[in-house]
Ligand binder design. Structure first.
Ligand code: RB5
Length: 144
């Protein structure tokens, strides 16, 4: 199986979820690429959304998980990059549908919104669910 690299980036508010996200990625057999931040100092979420999006857009990573307080700001930053489709997910259903219908390649989580078990479910589902294609293909293509 080819190596699948998953970039992980977060601001200070996202840091509490990071260790379990990295653990879940490794447990699934993927390779995490940690792009920070890794201390509690206040940082700006656009910088970390951009770092993860650049990793995906350049092919350095195939997927990314980005985390801020709500998942909203960091997903807005990531979605400004061509070829990046970031989805804020709150449970395994939104994570599954983001892959099946939207071919999302970046999962955004809100560390102040969801708990650790739900975060694990989101990561696992997002990284193991395929895009359905079919009628969704032309719709996703229009996003570009
Ligand atoms: C940081 O306080 C917080 O605003 C940020 O993590 C995020 O929730 C923004 O969307």
């Amino acid at each position: 199986m080819p190596t699948v690299t998953v970039a992980v980036a977060n601001d200070h508010a996202g840091l509490p979820l990071k260790a379990l996200v990295l653990d879940e990625i490794r447990g699934l057999g993927f390779v995490p690429l940690d792009l920070g931040t890794n201390d509690g100092a206040s940082v700006d979420y656009p910088d970390f959304g951009r770092a993860a999006a650049s990793a995906v857009a350049s092919g350095r990573a195939q997927r990314a998980v980005i985390i801020c307080g709500t998942g909203i700001g960091i997903s807005m930053a990531a979605n400004r990059h061509a070829g990046v489709r970031a989805a804020v997910c709150h449970d395994s259903s939104t994570a599954r549908l983001a892959r099946q219908h939207n071919d999302a390649n970046v999962l955004a989580l809100g560390a102040r919104i969801i708990g650790p078990e739900v975060a694990r479910d989101c990561v696992r589902t997002f990284l193991t669910t395929d895009f359905e294609g079919g009628r969704h293909g032309p719709r996703v293509a229009k996003l570009a």
